[in-house]
Write a protein that binds this ligand. Structure first.
Ligand SMILES: [Ca+2]
Ligand SMILES: [Ca+2]
Length: 295
């Protein structure tokens, strides 16, 4: 009886520990990492307001990242970015025309750069996780990956019947994605006249620029970033860390680390296994106590 109980316990631990993997399997693709982002935080550091031109009506959702997912198939690594509202206002061939999505990845500790690859985003990165890969996703044929200092064009489009923008990077450029990769994910507004395609943010705002920032050109041009809403490194605290007085840019941390540098996904898996193990331990102790009582 005890052997059967232990076997059942091991099955339970294995099942709970493997929940993230079970969720990860979709047809033909393996999910490497996925994470939700809070809805309604498409306001940068909390203060940004949409441009007032009617093209941006209803002035919410276009830049509201709600989910990020990395999958791999036999040909490419796919980066999926879901937004709350996807309207192809200017009929770009890719199926989206408002968003500029940037994914910075720290794939190799000790390599990379803390600036934003000259991207015009107006941020810097935490030196503990300096990214060495830069993926720029935008419409009208501009999507590319920068790896090893070289730009390569990549495919970008919208998944059928969804509000998910996908960019695919061939495996020969990046190799198989590792679970240790750290991701910075940023949604901005695409503007062909802005710095490196970013729509600027000013203090007052206007028809074609965001408001609620500053006129110094130092505030982040990021409208939403992938970040938890409860930890000390929330989106608002990260994006508020710029200073006009000190001529300092905001500093970002990757979405899949907390301050101790531990990956959330495995931590959640181990937490599930730990809870199961605790429950099983209590069950065995109770059976032992009952047996002692009965003898
Ligand atoms: Ca969001
Ligand atoms: Ca966010």
């Amino acid at each position: 009886m005890r052997r059967a109980l232990v076997a059942w316990a091991l099955v339970l631990v294995a099942t709970m520990a493997s929940v993230p993997m079970a969720r990860a399997e979709v047809a033909g693709e393996r999910v490497v990492w996925e994470c939700d982002d809070p809805a309604g935080d498409d306001h940068g550091p909390g203060s940004y307001t949409y441009p007032t031109n009617p093209s941006f009506a209803p002035y919410s959702g276009h830049f509201d990242l709600t989910r990020f997912r990395v999958t791999v198939d036999d040909r490419a690594t796919n980066f999926d970015v879901t937004v709350a509202r996807l309207i192809n206002t200017w009929n770009a061939p890719e199926g989206f025309s408002h968003q500029l999505v940037e994914v910075f990845i720290d794939t190799t500790p000790g390599e990379g750069s803390v600036d934003s690859f000259g991207s015009g985003l107006n941020v810097r990165f935490d030196p503990r996780w300096a990214p060495d890969v830069y993926i720029k996703i935008l419409a009208w044929g501009g999507s590319r990956v920068n790896v090893g200092g070289q730009d390569h064009p990549i495919w970008a489009g919208v998944l059928p019947n969804t509000s998910t923008i996908r960019a695919s990077v061939p495996l020969e450029l990046l190799g198989e994605p590792s679970e240790s990769w750290k991701y910075y994910v940023v949604v901005s507004s695409q503007d062909g006249y802005g710095p490196d395609d970013h729509r600027p943010v000013t203090e007052e705002g206007g028809q074609w620029v965001f408001g609620g920032g500053s006129d110094s050109g130092l505030c982040p041009y990021a409208i939403d970033i992938l970040a938890p809403d409860s930890a000390s490194k929330s989106q608002y605290s990260q994006l508020r860390s710029w200073s006009d007085a000190d001529r300092r840019l905001a500093v970002l941390v990757p979405a899949n680390v907390h301050e101790a540098g531990v990956n959330w996904a495995p931590a959640a898996g181990w937490a599930a296994a730990g809870v199961a193990a605790l429950g099983i331990g209590a069950l065995l102790a109770r059976r032992r106590a009952l047996r002692r009582k009965g003898s």
